[in-house]
Structures are given as structure tokens and as C-alpha cells.
Design a protein around this ligand. Structure first.
Ligand code: IMP
Length: 427
């Protein structure tokens, strides 16, 4: 019988969702990405090979799974093809198992430039992948969609009109050079034969799969605290990176969802700017971050930026669990805490002498919140690579049990290292 799951990040992205998706994809037939775009960097390590996914659904490393790019995504088609081909050079064929919604909005060259120019002014610290500008055009009813790419004359007319407008913006407002039409269109001409056949009505396709009893795994990108509505606005991404992003993207109701798995690290990280109450600095932060020379060190998979690191924040996690309706947890990177003599956990915030138990809506309030910590003894022995719950040191087990008790959600999986097999079932 079909069993449909959602995997979402509960923090500011980079929770290790790809690892969880990779494990759970073995139990599904279809993996669906539903929001965001190539701002995501999902890493899976199998043996000596590290695979990084930006647009392709992670489960497609398994040779017989199907992948869907939902209509709520924003996609750079030439980038998608390049990514699929790079994955194919190290693994199974990808493209013939990938379906792109005809409603997906396209990220054009001018969106990436616009992202760069706008971020110079606003300082959100975006990934410069053109995400915000493509969603801006979508909402302003000026977007170009995958369906348009399948009709070359129509595509050219739309791009020509939109580029004219963007060039006015670039030259007049940002003082930047205009972009040539040829530079925008050319990359699309050579890829039409390969990609147009992959563009389809994915809602009908998913409905058919459902009727056949096939299980779907929904792969969230970014994290709940980056959600456009519920995150640390305006320091967020431009999509609903929570379960809220699913119905709008896939064109099916939510009746078929059986399980929502929220993924959290055993601590917290963030890339880009914006408030982060439990952020650490100095030696402790460096210890958690690593040097960048090892797989799993805290450096962005998309941009290579060092991630900001801090203690686990239960106030933020409760907010994320509520908005997603999480009913199972996956805890990742437990092993990163192995050497610490003590571990802190934020249980509430102090804002101008007032105790806050709920995550505030404004970034200027959150940035003034001081974390109130509870301290736990570290376990100071290796958990890396453990695959059996009974081998966990008592301190680590206590830490996980504390998280379960505080959040009121059972933990299903604990990840103990970067490789596929480094994980254990917790009960
Ligand atoms: P954008 O999504 O590129 O517009 O970036 C907006 C904010 O979200 C920035 O702070 C980015 O660093 C952050 N962000 C976007 N995608 C990811 C991700 O996959 N992981 C972590 N942070 C992300």
C-alpha cells in the first residue's frame, strides 16, 4: 500500500535532509521536490563518492526511482541538465526518470544578475541563484514557465519583452550593463530536444501513481526558519519551505500525506545573514564548524560559505514542529558533539527582561533575544558511524531523550556520520 512521507528541515536549512531522503527513498517509488531551486545543496555520500544535488530529487541515485520537479519550484533549465548529466557520469541514468511540471517557473540569466544587484543593497546574503527574483516575477505575473519553453516562438516573445523591462531596471536603477537577448536565449536552444519531453502535467502523473499504489516521498529544501511566511522574515528564502509549499506546488490535495518527518541537527547552523539567538563564536564555533577539509564540515554545499554555528534552540524547533505538523524527528550530526565536555540547549528567550516561550515574528525582536540555556554533560566518546541504538553512550541517549521529551515528538532516526550507512533507528 502507498505510504507518503514528507521530509522537511526544521532549522535554517542544511539539516542533513538529503541523508534522510536518501535512506527513506529506498521505501518510495517517486521523490518530489516542491519548492525553491538551485539554492539547495543536498549532499549524499556513498562509499568514496560525494553526490551534490541542487535541483534533481535526491532519491534518483537509486536506479528505478522516479523524480518530479513540482510547479512551485523555480528552475534554471540549463543548470538542471548540467546537474543531471554530472550525476549520470558517476551513477545511473537520471534524465529519463525525471518529470518537470509544465507550471514550474524558469530562472533566466537576468534573474541571477538581479539577485546579485539586489543583494548588494539588501544584504540578505542570498545564494545568488536568482531565486527571489524568479518568485518576484511569478507573483507579479511576469514569469516564464516550463510550458513556455516548449513553444519556441512564444518563449522568444516572452523573453524579449521581459528582458526589455529588466534591462531598464538594470541600467536605470542599478547602474549596471544591459543584457543581450542572444545571451539569454542561446543556452535554451541547444537543450530543447533533451528537456522539452520531460515537461508534463505532473499533477496528472502523480494522481496516476497514487492510483497504482506507489509511494511518494516529498523532499523539502532549505528549512522552516527560512520559510517566506513563517521564517525570520525578511532574512528568508522566497518560497514556502515548509509542508505549506506542497499543495500549491503539486496540484493534489493533502489527503494522501501519511507522515511528516522533521529533520534537525543536534545543534544549529545558519548561512547568510539574519538573527540567530544561539550563535556561538570563537573556538567552540570553530570546533563545531570544522576546517572545511572533511566531508560534513559546516561549509555550504551550494556556495562554500562557512556556516554560522550554535547550540540547539528548542523555542525555534517548537515553532517549526507546529507549523509543519511534524510527527517524527530525524536528528543529524550527533557525532559532531562527541568531544564537547558540556552541551547547552536553549529552552526560552529573554527579550528586554521578558521571558519568551514562542518564536517572535519580527527579526528586530529575535535579534535582541538572549537565549536561556540548560546545560547537559557531554558524552565525550565517539558516536561516529554507530548503527545500533544500544551502542550509544548514556550521555548521548539522554540528550536524545531530552529532545523527545521537550518537543513531544518521537525520534525515528539518528544520523551518526556523513555516509549512507552511518545512521541508527531510535525507539
Ligand atoms: P535565497 O534562497 O538564495 O534567496 O537566499 C535567502 C536566504 O536563504 C539566505 O540566507 C541563504 O543563505 C539561505 N538559503 C537558501 N537556500 C539555502 C539552503 O539550501 N540551505 C541553507 N540556507 C539557504
Amino acid at each position: 500500500m502507498a505510504f507518503n512521507r514528507i521530509v522537511v528541515g526544521l532549522q535554517w536549512g542544511d539539516e542533513g535532509k538529503a541523508k534522510v531522503v536518501d535512506v527513506l527513498a529506498s521505501e518510495a517509488e517517486i521523490v518530489v521536490r516542491f519548492q525553491g531551486g538551485a539554492n539547495a545543496g543536498h549532499t549524499v555520500v556513498i562509499g568514496d563518492i560525494k553526490y551534490v544535488f541542487h535541483l534533481v530529487p535526491t532519491g534518483l541515485l537509486y536506479p528505478h526511482k522516479l523524480g518530479v520537479i513540482g510547479g512551485g519550484m523555480v528552475v534554471d533549465l540549463p543548470g538542471l541538465l548540467e546537474e543531471a548529466q554530472a550525476l549520470e557520469s558517476n551513477g545511473p541514468a537520471i534524465l529519463n526518470r525525471l518529470f518537470i511540471s509544465e507550471r514550474t517557473h524558469l530562472i533566466m540569466k537576468y534573474h541571477k544578475l538581479w539577485d546579485e544587484y539586489e543583494d548588494e543593497r539588501k544584504g540578505i546574503g542570498t545564494t545568488k541563484r536568482g531565486i527571489g527574483p524568479a518568485y518576484t516575477d511569478k507573483i507579479a505575473r511576469k514569469g516564464i514557465r516550463a510550458i513556455d519553453f516548449c513553444y519556441p516562438n512564444h518563449f522568444r516573445t516572452l523573453v524579449t519583452a521581459h528582458l526589455q523591462e529588466k534591462n531598464e531596471l538594470f541600467t536605470r536603477i542599478y547602474g549596471k550593463p544591459a543584457v543581450a537577448l542572444k545571451d539569454v536565449l542561446e543556452p535554451y536552444e541547444s537543450i530543447r530536444n533533451l528537456l522539452a519531453p520531460r515537461i508534463t502535467n505532473t499533477a496528472v502523473l502523480l494522481e496516476k501513481f497514487q492510483k497504482e499504489g506507489k509511494s511518494i516521498l516529498f523532499e523539502g529544501a532549505q528549512g522552516s526558519l527560512l520559510d517566506i511566511d513563517w521564517g525570520t522574515y525578511p532574512f528568508v528564502t522566497s518560497s514556502n519551505s515548509t509542508v505549506c509549499g506542497i499543495p500549491g506546488s503539486i496540484g493534489l490535495g493533502l489527503r494522501m500525506i501519511d507522515e511528516v518527518i522533521g529533520v534537525t541537527k543536534a545543534y544549529t547552523t545558519r548561512v547568510g545573514n539574519g538573527p540567530f539567538p544561539t550563535e556561538l563564536f570563537g573556538e567552540l564555533a570553530d570546533l563545531i564548524r570544522g576546517t572545511g577539509h572533511n566531508i560534513g564540515d559546516e561549509f555550504g554545499a551550494t556556495t562554500g560559505r562557512p556556516r554560522r554555528c550554535g547550540w540547539l534552540d528548542l523555542v525555534a524547533l517548537k515553532h517549526s514542529i507546529r507549523m509543519n505538523g511534524v510527527n517524527k524527528l530525524a536528528i543529524t550530526k550527533l557525532d559532531v558533539l562527541d568531544k564537547l565536555p558540556e552541551i547547552k540547549v536553549c529552552v526560552k528567550y529573554l527579550y528586554k527582561d521578558k521571558e519568551l516561550e514562542h518564536f517572535p515574528a519580527a527579526d528586530y525582536i529575535l535579534s535582541e533575544c538572549k537565549p536561556v540555556y540548560r546545560t547537559y554533560p557531554g558524552w565525550q566518546c565517539p558516536t561516529r558511524g554507530l548503527t545500533n541504538q544500544k551502542d550509544l553512550p548514556p550521555g548521548a541517549r539522554n540528550y536524545i531523550n531530552m529532545i523527545i521529551e521537550e518537543l513531544g515528538v518521537p525520534v525515528q532516526m539518528v544520523s551518526t556520520g556523513p555516509c549512507r550507512q552511518d545512521q541508527l533507528t531510535f525507539s
